[in-house]
Design a protein around this ligand. Sequence first.
Ligand SMILES: [Zn+2]
Length: 91
Amino acid sequence: MWDEDQTAFGKRFSLSLRETLRYRCTAEHLLERGKGGADDERNIVAACHHCNRTRHRAKRPKDPVSYAKYVQSRIGKGRWHPDRLDRQPDP
Ligand SMILES: [Zn+2]
């Protein structure tokens, strides 16, 4: 995930600038604003653009605790961000 240096991130993981867009750091509201979630630090975590979008795009979005368990499970299986970010960065 990158916040400021998109080019360095792309070089590190051998991604094109277009491919790096999905890994841009975003502010993820644990409880959506539309459901009363606050714009404060207790309700906001860092998430890449891809994760932020896909969580809320689900028909029945998981609550934050369930989603965290889901992510940890997928990471444990090496199946989170299934494309090229799972490999080791270039030295
Ligand atoms: Zn992500």
